[in-house]
Design a protein around this ligand. Structure first.
Ligand SMILES: O=C(O)c1ccccc1NCC(=O)[C@H](O)[C@H](O)COP(=O)(O)O
Length: 251
């Protein structure tokens, strides 16, 4: 699936039109996750659909969802901007940025410098970079470019060897461990437990995907996760607020 998505991204790049730059202040994702509202930080994801689950939330009002996430104590928001596979849009991120006060991360498949510039122009405070989508050297270039434009990065890995190879090139300030197998779409939190062993001491990491319950939070927290990135379980909840309360075991 990842290969298919990347082929689509390359085609989209051929006709990418950069938007005018938004005059916005940058908010620090790193700072927000160093000082989370709860014992473990939450990046709440605005996610209408996905390749693994199809349509997740029919009543999809991205700004209202983001505002409810913020009001419920999320430390940051992840916004899917891929249209073809997730029914996202870059305009959702711009609109959410204007109405919120917490860091907004662009969740897309960023493989080219033009997409980094586009991310800055639409108002992203941070971008997701995914190991294995480009060479680790090119990933480092994109990482440095994002920082030069005032943005931060969540650098995501899906396997222990991916992390080992990445760390031979650079050490990201924030690492994401994705529990989802992008070939089978299955998720297991054992991914976090295993890959976390290779995260350098002092480097924050986020456990992503397949997180639904307070027990899941405890499990990845014990593995050392500073934060979690959660989409589906919050988007399927009756309301984002109730979804977050359920996730943290709050009344
Ligand atoms: O979610 C998918 O089906 C998917 C398929 C292929 C590549 C990426 C995919 N998801 C992106 C993500 O990493 C998740 O949206 C994010 O970690 C939240 O996961 P979840 O809480 O399980 O919705």
């Amino acid at each position: 699936m990842l290969k298919t998505i990347l082929e689509t991204k390359k085609q989209e790049l051929e006709s990418l039109e950069l938007p005018p730059a938004q005059q916005v202040t940058k908010r620090s994702l790193y700072k927000a996750l160093r000082e989370p509202n709860r014992q473990i930080g939450l990046i709440a994801e605005v996610k209408k659909a996905s390749p693994s689950k199809g349509l997740i939330r029919e009543d999809f009002q991205p700004v209202e969802i983001a505002l409810a996430y913020e009001a419920s104590g999320a430390d940051a928001i992840s916004v899917l901007t891929d249209q073809q596979y997730f029914q996202g849009h870059r305009d959702y991120l711009t609109a959410i940025k204007k109405e919120t006060t917490i860091p907004i991360m662009r969740k897309d498949f960023i493989i080219d410098e033009q997409q980094v510039e586009e991310s800055a122009r639409i108002g992203a405070d941070a971008i997701l970079l995914i190991a294995g989508t480009v060479s680790d050297e090119d990933l480092h270039q994109l990482y440095q470019s994002a920082h030069n434009k005032g943005m931060e990065c969540l650098v995501e890995v899906h396997a222990a060897d991916e992390l080992t190879n990445l760390l031979m090139v650079f050490t990201p300030q924030l690492i994401g461990i994705n529990n989802r197998n992008l070939k089978t779409f299955s998720t297991t939190l054992h991914q976090t437990e295993e890959i976390a062993k290779g995260v350098p001491a002092g480097t924050m990491f986020v456990s992503e995907s397949g997180i639904h319950t307070p027990e899941d939070l405890i499990q990845v927290g014990k593995a050392g996760a500073s934060a979690v990135l959660v989409g589906e379980s919050l988007m399927r909840a009756e309301s984002p607020n109730l979804g977050i309360k359920h996730l943290f075991g709050e009344k």
